[in-house]
Ligand binder design. Structure first.
Ligand code: GLU
Length: 510
């Protein structure tokens, strides 16, 4: 019987979660849901020196915003609680001891200064110092000491670490669900530290022990952990445990394809790299987030799902349920996935277009309230109808459609030059007189009136419309004019016409 799928997302709370981390969590979630499995959140906080206050809450809030939920977690508990490694501290020592007893690990007493000197000396010879079979026989470790000597050093309180004994002259063969077979010679591997005399395990030991105890069946994580895979596989062998299956996800690359998208790229390249905004508790430095930038979480998730995976069809828009059905690790690419900010905006617009005009109007009302702008409630739906094709975000309905809420503060010089003619002022005054009298001030009637006005006076449609648009909007852009007039109303329309004429006559005279 195949065991039920159990996957985990295992972040270290060392700062806000990068969007690459969210993608890792998402792929785990999709895989778990597709197989009717269990999704676990485990907080890997054994390295107290890198602990950042607020980071764990941030991670949970960000994933909840994305719609990624956990069956077992520090907040929800579960059969393998606790799910925070700092609370599991007491557990790891016995596993470190077990490896020492079975000869797979040893105590090392080399001081940081001694190791640094060895590293420097190797560098001077243009070599790299590796603590393994090639060097460990000459270093200060229990492999070269009697049991009494080791016991005495520990009893005296000499600081030590426990190192894994990488087998000599051997190869490690591993299968990765995305990369296929990976073969590594043990000469290239380090005797990594598993446990320290302060009683804390390192990432490697805690991670393997917990994956085993929590019965994880698939480890799906970022490519940056691929170099640790040989050690992890050797650890499973040393314990005599069956290893889970591994899948290492491709890196997220910068938009120009040059290098991986790092936390530091946020804002520097003009887009957020974090799901939610974050303020560094030590430096006060602020980073922007997708949520605060106005993204719908479904759009953000949809975009992330396709960064490194595709369904093998033309389909690009996927709900979470559709992703759960369509996702497969086989279709995750081996090569890095280039992040595309323009495409990310496009995704948001696709979701904006899926929303009803009433929903958009409600969102716009909140944006306007926050800015302290009053607008007639009954005009918000038509404004959204007119603007939704033009913007990826609701807040841009305001940015791009300011003319719905206020008279132009200035008039685009290029447009004035091109569109404001000698006869424009007279024509617009004539038009204002007609607009003042029309019975029904609404789009259909206004369209008919404009046509009639142009025909009656033998004018050019383009010339009239462009001049009128300039007066009402200040530029050559925007949706249908009769709709704009209807939304701002008769009084405001007439006001803008006369204010615009006064302003432009002055400019063009000078
Ligand atoms: N704690 C590691 C991290 O921060 C987890 C790596 C893994 O998934 O094994 O990414």
């Amino acid at each position: 019987m195949t065991p039920t799928v159990r996957v985990r997302f295992a972040p270290s709370p060392t700062g806000p979660l990068h969007m690459g981390g969210v993608r890792t969590a998402l792929y785990n979630y999709l895989f778990a849901r597709q197989h009717g499995g269990t999704m676990i959140l485990r907080i890997e906080d054994t390295d107290q020196t890198r602990y950042v206050p607020g980071a764990e809450d941030y991670i949970m809030e960000a994933l909840a915003w994305c719609g990624i939920h956990f069956d077992e977690s520090p907040a929800n508990g579960g059969p393998h609680a606790p799910y925070r490694q700092s609370e599991r501290k007491a557990l790891y020592k016995q596993f470190s001891d077990r490896l020492i007893q079975s000869g797979h690990a040893y105590y090392a007493f080399d001081t940081p200064e001694e190791l640094e000197a060895l590293r420097k000396a190797a560098e001077a010879r243009k070599e790299t110092f590796i603590y393994n079979a090639a060097t460990r026989k000459t270093l200060r470790n229990s492999l070269n000491m009697s049991a009494e000597e080791v016991g005495a050093l520990i009893a005296e309180g000499t600081p030590f670490v426990v190192r894994f004994k990488i087998p000599e002259h051997s190869v490690v063969e591993m299968d990765d669900l995305i990369r296929g077979r990976v073969v590594v010679k043990t000469e290239t591997l380090d005797d990594k530290v598993l446990f320290k005399s302060d009683g804390m395990p390192t990432y490697h030991l805690a991670n393997i022990v917990d994956d085993h105890l929590m019965e994880i069946t698939h480890v799906i994580r970022g490519e940056e952990w691929l170099p640790s895979l040989p050690l992890h596989v050797l650890l499973y062998q040393a314990f005599g445990w069956e290893a889970p299956q591994f899948a290492h996800l491709p890196l997220l690359l910068r938009p120009d394809g040059n290098g991986k998208l790092s936390k530091r790229d946020g804002d520097r390249l003009g887009f957020p790299v974090f799901p939610l905004a974050w303020t560094d508790p030590f430096t006060g430095e602020k980073s922007s987030g997708y949520r605060e930038a106005g993204y719908y979480p479904v759009a953000f998730v949809n975009m992330l799902a396709l960064l490194g995976w595709n369904a093998g069809t033309e389909q690009e828009i996927f709900s979470m349920d559709e992703l759960v059905k369509a996702f497969s690790l086989e279709r995750v690419s081996k090569s890095g996935a280039r992040f595309d900010p323009a495409k990310t905006r496009w995704f948001n617009q696709q979701y904006l277009l899926k929303r009803s005009e009433e929903q958009l109007a409600e969102e716009l009302r909140i944006v306007l309230n926050n800015k302290g702008i009053k607008a007639a409630d009954d005009k918000l739906v038509p404004i959204c109808r007119l603007m939704k094709e033009r913007v990826p975000f609701v807040h841009e309905i305001y940015d791009e459609g300011r003319f719905f809420f206020e008279a132009p503060q200035s008039y685009d010089e290029q447009v004035v030059k091109k569109r404001w003619k000698e006869e424009s002022a007279t024509q617009m005054l004539q038009l204002a007189a007609v607009l003042e009298k029309v019975a029904e001030f609404e789009p259909v009637a206004l369209d008919a009136l404009l046509q009639q006005f142009i025909a009656d006076n033998g004018l050019n449609t383009g010339a009239v419309m462009n001049a009128l648009r300039l007066l009402l909007v200040g530029t050559s852009k925007g949706p249908h004019l009769s709709e704009i007039m209807w939304i701002i109303g008769r009084e405001e329309t007439l006001k803008r016409i006369s204010a615009g004429i006064a302003h432009l006559s002055q400019i063009t005279q000078n």
